[in-house]
Each structure stands twice: as C-alpha cells, then as structure tokens.
Design a binder for this molecule. Sequence first.
Ligand code: GBH
Length: 490
Amino acid sequence: MSENLSRRAFGKTVGAAALTSSALSASKASALPQASPAQPRDSFYQFPSGFLWGCATAAYQIEGGAKEGGRGPSIWDTFSHIPGKVHNNDTGDVADDDFHRYKEDIQLLKSLGARIYRFSVSWPRIFPDGNGAPNPQGIDFYSRVVDELLSNGIEPFCTLFHWDLPQALQDRVGGWQSRETSQAFGQYAGYVASKLSDRVHHFFTMNEFSSFIDLGYRDGRFAPGLKLAPAELNQTRHNAVLAHGLAVQAIRAQGKPGTKVGLAENLVIPIPVIEAEPHLKASVQATRVLNAQYLTVIMEGKYVDEYLRQAGPAAPKYTAEDLKIISSPLDFVGMNVYTPTYVRADDSSMGFAVVNPPSSYPHMASPWLNIGPEALYWAPRHVNQIWNVQELYVTENGCSSADVLAPDGHVYDTDRVMFLRNYLISLHRAVAENIPVRGYFLWSLMDNFEWADGYGLRFGLYYVDYATQKRIPKLSAHFYRTVIERNAIL
Ligand code: GBH
C-alpha cells in the first residue's frame, strides 16, 4: 500500500472516531472508540516494546467516602473545612466518589489500554488514629481495588503517602515536626506491605516531599497550614526523609521477598539554558544542590556541603544512623515531572545560577505549570547519570486545562494534547538514548480535588461532571489511548 493511501485511511479512521458524536458520547464514556488505523505509518517516536503506560491518582483527590469504612480524619479534611483555605471552600468529602465507583474507574483505565496504575493508600483509612490498631475495613478496600485491577490486566503500583496524614498524629505530636510520625509511618508502611505485597510488586513511600513539607509547614498553603521558622522547617524535612527510610526498611522486612521499593519525587529539574558546556556541568551540580534536603540525601546518604553551609545554625540535627536509614538502597526512582528550572554556569561558589523565566514564559491553566517538555528528558537523564539509578518511572506528568463541555457534549482539550505530545517526545529522546525509563504514569486519570485549587482546576483525561459523577473522555483520552495502542507518539 502506498504511503499516501495508508495515510488517507489513517485520517479517515481517526476522523471518524474523533468526530462522530456517538463514538465520543458521554454515555459511552467507558467504551472509547477504536482510533487506530488499520495500516499505521511508522512513527519516528516509537517506544521499545514492553514500555509501560498508565495513569496516576491519589486517595484524597478521588475517593470521597471521608467518613465511611472506619476512616479517621486526615489533615486535609481539617484544612479543607477551614473557610478560605481551598478555592470555593471545596473539600474532598465526596471528590470523585471513587470509594464507591472504583470498579467503574478501573474500566476507564482499561478503555485507555493502561497496563499500570498508580494509586495511593489513605493512611487514616488503615490507621484511623495514626498508629495502634489497624482498621480491617481500610485494608479490605485496597485489597479489593488491587484484585479488580489485576483481574483487568492492570498492574497496581502503590503510593503509601500522598499527603493525607492522620489528623490524630498532627494533634498528638505535631505531624512531621516529630520523629514519632516518622516511626508511625514505618509501621504503617510495613503493615500495608504485609497485606498487599502478595499482589503489589512496587511501592512508593512518599509523594513529593517539598509539596507536603514546604507548602504545608513553611508557606501554610497546604495542610496543616503552618509557617515554621527555618530551623524547625529543616528538622521537619529531615523527619520526612527519615520516615521514607524507615518505610523502605519496614517494607523489606514485612513485604514478600522481591517486593520493589522506591519513591515518587518532584525533584527540581535543572535544564541547561543551552545544551553545551559549561551549562551542562552546571545543571548536574544544580540537580544535587537544589534537591539537597530530599532526593540528594536519600541517594547520597549525606547532606551536601552547600546546603549545610547555607542553612548555618538552622541546619537539621541528626545522627550518622539517621543518614544510613535515609539512604537505604532503593529498587527504583519515580519522578513527577511538570516544570523546568533553567540554569546556567557562573563562577559563584555554587557553580551555577538559576535563570528565572521572563514574564512572557508560557504556562498551562495552573499559573505555576510552566511548559517545558525537555524536563521529561532531563529528569531521567540527571537521576540516571548522577546516581546511577537503573530503574526509573515517570510517576506523574500532565496538565490543567480550562476544559469546557462543548455543546455537542465533547471536551476538545487541544492544549492538553499539545502539552502531552511535546513532553512525550522528550521522554522518547531519553528512552532512545537508553536511559532506563520503564514506564510513564499520566496525571491524571480523571479530574479530581486539586488541593488548594479545589475542583477549579482539571487535570484529567476524563472530564468529571461533579453534579452527576459522570466521566466523559476528553480528546486527550483518545490521544493517549492511541499512544498506548501504537506504543508511539503521533
Ligand atoms: C502534583 O504536584 C501532585 O502530586 C498531585 O497531587 C497534583 O494533583 C498534581 O501534581 C497537579 O498539581 O499553588 O503556587 O503554591 C505537582 C507539584 C507542588 C505543583 C505544589 C503546584 C503549588 C504551587 N505541585 N504547587 S502554588
């Protein structure tokens, strides 16, 4: 068949799938149309076979059922119920009601062709009081989710902490300000691993240290809404990485042999302003220094000198034993990739300078979400080269868009498709250079509770009508489904 013909056939099939209302109609949300051509052209951006495609979500953002199944309150229940803390005073009380609709939601994943799914466990469902006696209904819920995923051919990847700290620990010991919370996290992680690791082979300890520590305990924008001074803040950061290390050890001790452990970190991603020396070298140094409190100490077992020098008397207090725990060896590293940090070489003692973006720099619907597709190349490249990590996952990548339901009932999120296509092309470059990225989790499967932005910002492939809980596939869902089916970027 000539290239022309096959291209025409391709256009016809895609056009038919994307544009007829029956194919995209909301009522058929779980039956996405076959958008792939019978005779596809080869894509330049072909991924290796076995590359894993999936989606990510987090418990507080999708589950709802806040007072059901014996769940205790988390700091996000408390925080979101304080007037003025969240856009429109939205809360996660109901969210996407996934607590009741998880089977339907797993069908959404299946329609996309997803092979992997990253979900998080709500700590206060498992330990309503933070520690002590586990609530059997809590682990039962996740056990059912895992079984449902497996029976649909989807491999579960489990995050243990996506910010919903039990309120009881905040009240009793000050949450992450106390090492007692680090200990409690280790116990919780070991317990979950003992119950799920017969079927879940990958666990992430924490999601994004800086989000729940810096925004929660320094800026007060996230739960628990505190504004600590530098010394207390650095100690709180230290307690969080210590908790990660204790969890790694507990999972190894209580999980099935062979259980893999890592984390999902939104590291600062330095990109050389120009891909040439001396900026390349500066970007490597910047990666170590700008991630000093979290990923660097975890990978190196040592706080870098630049951080300790800058912190001065506010540096954290710790023992050599702490550092050993914090740097417990990992099986893989997960990276949440959103925005770039441009750096250039300079002759300061740091060896680099951050270049702030001009005010014209483009961003998505979230003002912070500066568009920088190359971040999806540089994050894995840096982590692989600097710390020799041989198993990498992109644990989150995606964007907000001002999605609207068109009169014909569709959501034409062309900007999200643009965003994803360009980021994925950068990911392809990493894979083509043999950087060992094994899989990619798109954030997010469906619109959900976007923390302080409430339901005002949408990150989903599926549009959620919160009044009816109907899920409607956006154009980007069709795009992603085609990517997965072709294992290529088109
Ligand atoms: C991730 O955070 C989270 O893991 C996920 O839960 C979230 O839904 C998703 O991304 C989309 O946001 O309001 O100016 O203070 C990404 C990193 C850190 C970006 C916090 C937004 C708040 C900026 N996020 N940050 S601001």
